[in-house]
Write a protein that binds this ligand. Structure first.
Ligand SMILES: [Zn+2]
Length: 319
């Protein structure tokens, strides 16, 4: 079995165990945090991350894949501290999380130069540490696959081809970004069996999701609790239908939970709970509500659970 890089060092793939494939121990804008550090409470952020990860651990989770990239405030030292204090492995990434904006730094360098940065994170280490990235991250959202987004996708693809590292791509089904994202990876010669199109569960159009699966990629049903995009019951109906159609080996179930996120003022969380934009969003929701509901619908037995939460993340990370 090959090794997988984590923030605590390389582990045998076999050891990954029960895995949440898309969660963030902290999400914030690194530029704002660097310019106005006093606006952030590091201890509160750490406490929230430890609490969330410990709760997941109590459900049996042994590994968390954290796709926080550039512009999400990636900080592998923070991630390592959370991992060490909880005893849960955290898998880090490289890449750029942008819906369009690119710094002039990357605007004025070509795709291969950008890819070179990602390769260094995978082969040498991140942010001056010996912590290596295990996968690549990119994003397409409401603006679609803009020129800058395409450039990032091609750089991520080339880094994947050079290193063998898998890819996770944030997508937006509402504007149908998935097929074009897959097409770019294909044009660059990426093994589509190493690609995960995230946030497919934000649509209940099973045909759209199935068309992606037919290309050979994994699809993320990974935003449980974010009701503003799709309520839990509808997400479950989609998951159950995909499982019934025999796609267990292509599904990734997770919550995209952020232990803290700076996108909104702190009081917003209560408002979102109250107005139904989020519901029971946490690092345990899929075990508390989703798996029981899928079992109730005869869509998930023990073997399927193992496929989705153990084998799929491991296969995606290791080929
Ligand atoms: Zn995410």
């Amino acid at each position: 079995m090959p090794n997988v890089e984590t923030v605590q060092g390389a582990v045998e793939a076999q050891e990954l165990g029960l895995t949440l494939v898309h969660e963030h121990v902290r999400f914030r804008d690194e530029a704002v945090a660097a310019e106005w550090p006093g606006r952030y409470d590091e201890q509160a952020e750490l406490d929230a991350a430890l609490e969330a990860v410990a709760a997941a651990k109590a459900k049996g989770v042994q590994t968390i894949v954290d796709p926080t990239a550039m512009f999400g405030g990636r900080d592998v030292r923070f991630m390592r501290r959370v991992a060490e204090e909880t005893g849960v492995r955290i898998v880090a990434c490289t890449g750029i999380y942008s819906y369009d904006y690119l710094p002039h730094y990357f605007e004025n360098r070509d795709v291969d130069a950008m890819a070179e940065h990602f390769v260094a994170d995978i082969q040498e280490g991140i942010q001056g540490t010996d912590i290596k990235a295990a996968f690549l991250k990119c994003a397409a959202d409401a603006a679609g696959v803009t020129d800058h987004v395409e450039k990032i996708h091609r750089a991520v693809a080339r880094a994947s081809v050079r290193t063998g590292a898998p890819i996770m791509a944030h997508s937006m089904p509402a504007v149908g970004t998935g097929p074009r994202q897959v097409e770019i990876f294909q044009e660059e010669g990426v093994d589509l069996g190493r690609v995960q199109i995230a946030h497919c569960g934000d649509t209940d159009d099973v045909g759209y999701i199935e068309a992606l699966i037919e290309k050979g990629v994994y699809v993320g049903l990974d935003r449980y609790g974010l009701e503003m995009y799709m309520p839990i019951a509808k997400r479950n109906a989609t998951a159950a239908e995909l499982l019934r159609r025999g796609h267990a080996e292509r599904l990734m179930i997770s919550q995209d939970y952020c232990a803290t996120i700076d996108w909104f003022p702190p009081e917003a969380a209560e408002v979102f709970e109250a107005n139904g934009a989020i519901r029971n969003w946490s690092m345990t929701l899929v075990f508390d509500e989703v798996v029981p509901a899928l079992r109730e619908q005869d869509a998930m037995d023990d073997a399927t659970f193992d496929t989705v939460f153990v084998e799929n993340p491991r296969r995606w990370l290791t080929a």
